[in-house]
Design a protein around this ligand. Structure first.
Ligand code: ADP
Length: 277
């Protein structure tokens, strides 16, 4: 009998990256969501969908501790929301940076590092530089890392924002419509970078989007919010005519066309329905 080398399984984080229990958020009379129970496990990709005003941004603010729940609880990697922000990476929407901005790409990325973690001595600076260089290479931005960010293209700037979000090795990535206003090629680049990191490092991803199709192959589960109602499940479970008709309280057809999902409602022909339709 030949002896086999038994490789130790990598240490697994057991706690959910995010845990909501009986979460309710209301502003005055308006209930955005109620009874929301949600765990996102390490490495999971959750898309948050819903029309404007359904509470997607508010959900991210809750997780960052900027907005209190009306009732229930919210935890990030086992800590009350707001107490673990250094373990969260945040990728915002792409907006053109001021062309006069002289900050270099690598400086923008370095802003994503907690300044106190490695100290400010020589060793600390070397470690910061090593981490910035590594993440710049990961997103393919090494070539333009020393140029002023204001002179870079929208796609290049967005790669740097992804690098900034990843440089602190987050356990949860909050993505706030990060593909908006990017062309198709750059949408693909950015979503593949996020996907690669969650697969290699087990980073959980909460991805707010109006348009599921660019990330459909990556999505494990969907949280669909509409006017106080919600549903959680796989894209196949949630994205059906029956479910969306119930959530929107108006007839909605969900069509599958060439592997893409098209949602058609009474007053809309785009992917999602506008508020109040
Ligand atoms: P989404 O990101 O899905 O568009 P938001 O979370 O930004 O939705 O907002 C949901 C609703 O809550 C909106 O109608 C918004 O006006 C309202 N809202 C957001 N923040 C506050 C607040 N601090 N006080 C009162 N209403 C708010």
């Amino acid at each position: 009998m030949t002896s086999k080398t038994v490789l130790a399984a990598p240490a697994r984080r057991r706690e959910a990256a995010l845990r909501l229990r009986s979460a309710r958020l209301s502003y005055g009379e308006r209930v955005l969501w109620d009874g929301l129970d949600l765990d996102i496990r390490p490495g999971e990709f959750l898309a948050v969908l819903g029309p404007n005003g359904s509470g997607k941004t508010s959900l991210m603010r809750v997780l960052l501790g900027q907005q209190q729940l009306s009732s229930g609880s919210a935890e990030v990697v086992g800590h009350p929301a707001g107490k673990a922000n250094h373990r969260i990476g945040y990728i915002p929407q792409q907006r053109a940076l001021d062309s006069q901005l002289v900050l270099r790409g690598r400086d923008l990325v370095g802003l994503g590092l907690d300044g106190h973690r490695w100290g400010l001595g020589l060793r600390g600076r070397a470690e910061r530089r090593r981490r910035v260089d590594r993440v710049l290479a990961e997103v393919g931005a090494t070539e333009y890392a020393d140029q002023p960010v204001g002179l870079l293209s929208g796609g290049e700037q967005q790669r740097l924002r992804v690098a900034q979000a990843l440089v602190g090795d987050p356990e949860l990535l909050l993505c706030d419509e990060p593909l908006l206003s990017l062309d198709l090629a750059n949408q693909r680049v950015v979503s593949e970078l996020i996907d690669a990191r969650r697969r290699s490092a087990g980073t959980a991803v909460l991805f707010v989007t109006h348009e599921i199709n660019p990330v459909l192959p990556l999505v494990d589960r969907v949280l669909y919010l509409v006017d106080g109602r919600f549903q959680i499940g796989s894209p196949d479970e949630v994205m059906t005519s029956e479910n969306l008709t119930r959530l929107y309280r108006t007839p909605v057809d969900v069509l599958r066309v060439r592997g893409q999902i098209v949602v058609v409602g009474a007053q809309n022909s785009a992917h999602h329905l506008p508020e109040g339709s």
